[in-house]
Each structure stands twice: as structure tokens, then as C-alpha cells.
Design a protein. Structure first.
Length: 380
């Protein structure tokens, strides 16, 4: 069975789907691993590193895609600069695994179904204990949260820690993290380690203990309704709850040196947490890092991918932060993907077993049909 690692064709994608260590593990399991020449260039792995790990280097993109029984990617397949539609290169019945953004771009799922591709989307891995080793959303969100803390510290025209010097005492920076999921918790941990005083807010009250265990203060808001799904994700909140939470958080935003926003609701536009009026009330020189920039932004002033100043407030809307730390991002993603491949292979045979709850959840297209009810709904 041939597992192929495609070179990412998007300029902003520096991650790779398999690192050499994971190639070695798959080869030991009796699988043939093909790697497109130059795949690891931007992750600092050479073709020779992959060859040493047991991979076969393939020079021609078309050849690699056509040979694959399982094709691995990070970003969704796309129309390349040379006009080639990557999905057209796959053979019928092949399995494609990657971040396929099915909730943001259900049209791609439609095309994959038409091409008879079995597509497994890493965003759809359930957040269960059994699926933890495959949870690529978490492994990558953790990197984004860490990097957000570092970007904030570099952009703030102040120290983060309290310093007592011969020239006087410097007060610690105040950081406010909005959305305490995986990225938010890592942003809290990172900014705390750098010495800031950290507060955090989330509509899910269950995260209070996790926030406190990292040494931050949890900002409590009484909301009108249940705010989490049975799966532990946030729900979109009512207008009344939006209003009451905004009243409470406005003061915290106003008094902070740094606000890091990470709030998301799966499959929906990111909730608006910071209005323009709130930005205008912030201190000049303060910094907002909006990790939801790609999903529409948690701040009304965010310009995705840009670093802008509004009334002296530096608003940074980074895109694809995990790709800016490609070595560890790829190492973790490769582990997630390898765990998923292990579920697919039984006695050296490829089996898409829908009785397995993980396979059933990650599979978005199979045998010419959209498999995921969530995506069927989006397309109807
Ligand atoms: P996410 O990226 O979807 O959202 C980030 C955070 O934003 C969440 O904590 C959410 O509650 C919060 N949020 C949404 N709307 C908001 C609003 N209006 N105001 C403030 N905050 C808002 O979340 P995630 O980091 O992917 O994690 C989602 C859930 O999955 C969490 O409960 C997490 O603990 C859980 N999880 C479980 C496992 C596991 O059991 N294996 C693994 C990872 C995550």
C-alpha cells in the first residue's frame, strides 16, 4: 500500500504532513511511503532525510498523486499556480487526509465526492479520549496560542514582567484572554510564564478551573442559557447573553495592555467580542491579537493577515500561526495523522470501517457520496 506525502503548494503553508521519524514508523509497519521532492524544504527536512527514513522520493507531482492509495496533506487541495487542479490528480477510490475545511468550504467535499475520493478531514476528529492522539485541531491550536503570547510580548511597547531596578519599579503587563479553549489556555500559560498578570473569559463556565490552575483570574459572566454542546463545544449565544457579556468584558478590555482573542464556534463565523467603540476606549500602545482573524475576527477592526493601528491600538490578525512554527507543528500533525492511518489499516489492508466512531466522524466523502450529515446539511 502506498502512502504519499504531497508538497504543499500554498506559499503560506510551511508545514508538512509527515516528518522523517513518522515515515520510519510507517515503513516499519510494512507500508510504502512516497514523498514529493522538496516537501520538507520549508520545514528544514531534506529529501535525503526522508530517504534515510525509508521514503521513496518522487520528482513528479502528477506521478505522486496518481500513485497514492492514501494521499496526505496539510492544507486542502487547490488549483495550483500552474493551473492544475490537485484533486484531478488523485486516482478513483484513493483516500485523501488533511485539513479540508469542510465546514468553511463544503463545495470541495462535493468535488471530492464526484471524483470518488474518500476524504478524511482532520477538523472532524471527535474531541474524545480515544481520539486524542489524532486531535490535530488541538495540537495546532496549542501552537497558535503559544505564538500569540510571543507576538503580543514583542508588539507591546512595555515589559511583560514586573521588574524592580535601580531606576524604579516596572509594573507587570495586564493580559486579557478571551476564549479559553486549547489556544486560549496556551496563550494564558505563555503570557503568565513571561510574567504578565492574566485574566480570561469564556462563555463555557467549565473552563474556570483550568484558567485558575494556570495562575490566571477567570472573569465570570452570568449568561442566559446553556453555552456548551454535549460534545463540550461552545454554542452561539443569544443577543441577551452577548449584551451582558459585553458589559462585563468592556472594562477588562479597556484596562488591559494586551487582549488575545481566540473565540470560535465550530462551523460559524467567529463571534464579535470587541467592537470598534471598545477599541477606541483602550489605552494607546495596547495590543490586540485576534486568533479568529481567518474566521471573520473577534474584533470589529481586525484585518486578516495584517497588523494595523486604530487610535493607537495595535491590532494584529495573524493567519495560519501554526505554519510559522513548522518544525513542531509538522511533528505533532504527523503524529496525529499517523495515529489515524493506524486506524485505517487492519492486517495490512485498507479498511474504512464506519463502525469505528472516529472513522465515521472524520470521513466526509466516500463512494461518490457526501458521508458527513453536517456537510450534507450545509450543501442542501
Ligand atoms: P474553539 O477553538 O472552537 O473555541 C475557542 C474557545 O472560544 C472555546 O473555549 C469556546 O468556548 C470559546 N468561545 C466561543 N464563543 C465565545 C464567546 N462568545 N465569548 C467567549 N468565548 C467564546 O475551541 P477548542 O479550543 O477547539 O476546544 C473546544 C472544546 O473541546 C473545549 O471544551 C475543549 O476543552 C474541548 N477539547 C476536548 C478534547 C478531548 O477531550 N480530547 C481535546 C481538545 C479540546
Amino acid at each position: 500500500m502506498k502512502i504519499a506525502v504531497a508538497k504543499e503548494s500554498e506559499a503560506c503553508e510551511r508545514r508538512v504532513a509527515l516528518v522523517p521519524d513518522t515515515v520510519t514508523q510507517l515503513v516499519k509497519n510494512g507500508l510504502e511511503v512516497l514523498v514529493e521532492s522538496g516537501t520538507g524544504e520549508r520545514t528544514f527536512f531534506t529529501d535525503a532525510d526522508y530517504e534515510k527514513a525509508g521514503a521513496i522520493i518522487v520528482k513528479q507531482t502528477k506521478h505522486l498523486w496518481a500513485e497514492a492509495d492514501i494521499l496526505l496533506k496539510v492544507s486542502p487541495p487547490r488549483k495550483r499556480d500552474d493551473g492544475i487542479l490537485e484533486v484531478d490528480l488523485l486516482k478513483q477510490g484513493a483516500i485523501l487526509i488533511g485539513f479540508l475545511n469542510p465546514l468553511g468550504n463544503p463545495g470541495l467535499a462535493q468535488i471530492l465526492a464526484e471524483r470518488q475520493v474518500t476524504a478524511l478531514s482532520m477538523e472532524m476528529v471527535p474531541r474524545t479520549t480515544r481520539a486524542q492522539s489524532m486531535d490535530a485541531l488541538s495540537s495546532q491550536a496549542s501552537i497558535a496560542g503559544y505564538k500569540a503570547g510571543l507576538i503580543a510580548a514583542a508588539a507591546l511597547p512595555k515589559y511583560f514582567p514586573m521588574l524592580t531596578t535601580a531606576a524604579g519599579t516596572i509594573a507587570p503587563a495586564k493580559v486579557f484572554v478571551m476564549g479559553a479553549g486549547v489556544a486560549g489556555l496556551q496563550a494564558i500559560a505563555t503570557t503568565r510564564r513571561l510574567g504578565a498578570i492574566v485574566e480570561a473569559f469564556d462563555i463555557r463556565p467549565s473552563v474556570k478551573e483550568e484558567v485558575q490552575s494556570l495562575g490566571a483570574r477567570f472573569v465570570e459572566v452570568q449568561l442566559e442559557e446553556e453555552t456548551a454542546t454535549a460534545g463540550g463545544y461552545a454554542k452561539e449565544i443569544s443577543e441577551a447573553s452577548k449584551k451582558s457579556s459585553q458589559q462585563v468584558v468592556t472594562d477588562h478590555v479597556k484596562n488591559s495592555d494586551v487582549v488575545i482573542t481566540t473565540a470560535q464556534v465550530p462551523g460559524k463565523k467567529a463571534p464579535l467580542l470587541i467592537t470598534r467603540e471598545m477599541v477606541l476606549q483602550m489605552k494607546k500602545g495596547s495590543v490586540i491579537i485576534d486568533l479568529a482573524a481567518e474566521q471573520g475576527g473577534n474584533c470589529a477592526c481586525t484585518d486578516p493577515g495584517k497588523d494595523i493601528i486604530v487610535n493607537g491600538v495595535n491590532i494584529i490578525g495573524p493567519i495560519n500561526l501554526p505554519s510559522s512554527m513548522p518544525v513542531h507543528a509538522s511533528q505533532l500533525y504527523a503524529k496525529n495523522i499517523t495515529s489515524l492511518i493506524r486506524l485505517l489499516i487492519k492486517d495490512k489492508d485498507l479498511q474504512v470501517d464506519f463502525n469505528d466512531d472516529i472513522i465515521n466522524a472524520v470521513c466526509i466523502t466516500h463512494a461518490g457520496k457526501i458521508h458527513s450529515p453536517l456537510i450534507q446539511e450545509l450543501l442542501s
